[in-house]
Design a protein around this ligand. Sequence first.
Ligand SMILES: [Zn+2]
Length: 329
Amino acid sequence: MIIINLKNRLDKKEFKSVVDFELEYLLKFKKNTKPQDKLQELKNNTSDINEKKIVTYLIRNFDSIIIEKPNKLKKIIDHFKTQKWEEIIYKSSKTTDFGTKLLECFGYKDRFRDGKTRGIWLAEKINLKSCCYCNAQYGITIKGKKALFQFDHFFPKTKYPYLSISLYNLIPSCANCNNTKNRTDLNLEEYFHPYFNNLSDLAKFHLEYDPDPRKIFTFKELKKQNLKVNFIAKAVDTFDIVSKHNELYSIEDIYNCHHDIADEILMKSIIYTQKLIKNHLKIDGLFPDKKTYLRYLFSNYINESEIHNRPLSKFTQDLLKQFKIIDSY
Ligand SMILES: [Zn+2]
């Protein structure tokens, strides 16, 4: 749902570029957890020739594994497939003992599982406030203390423990989305990757309502109104990626639990006519611009670039576009 545009997210005073940030992320692991030393130890302690080959590959390509983009991570996965190394790590729907050892070497547990250290450094730098997959739940970070969300592994760590701390494999998400996805092995061609593409640009929420509230004059009648939220692709060629995302994370089901909010947006869109909005904006010094006014009126962010700031902001914006309160894409 939300694209993590690191270039815009990072504090420019702290990082001159995304590359600077990637290098600092890499250095943090090298310094604190020393995964390469642990991998070397694992290599020394195993007599299995294939296990030795895997660990050698991981030591050699360590930097790429940690900071490469998702499409390059996919190439690393493909290399494991070509070498027939997959079953050494994951067999009969379970991570093997060797796979578990790899996970320990990369130090995922030390850095991300523990309640206090759970990726707090990364969480603070990315600085999002809602789940990337659903934009329906908060995902906040209490500065210096705790990240109140989970990191989903786009490429599951059960199958790919060597990607367990890879920067672009860690997706800040709510517990519901993380648990729903669980071990599902997704691919970049068919599924939305928050560091890779912007689902918000590809899909929109649309509210079906019957009867039209403009023709209803009492709240009693309004209660009988049928509402239905749809999550639809904006273009034919994005239909598959949108449908798959919708199905996997139950997007329409989640948003159909928010008919009360949809109803409030719909009713306010009718009550606050363009004429009334114009009159309010004429009041000197009260609102700097129309977008700020609408943010207060609809209790959410109106700019597309601020979707990550609050749950349901994408939903609010799309409905406001549908009701012609704000400009459509
Ligand atoms: Zn979520």
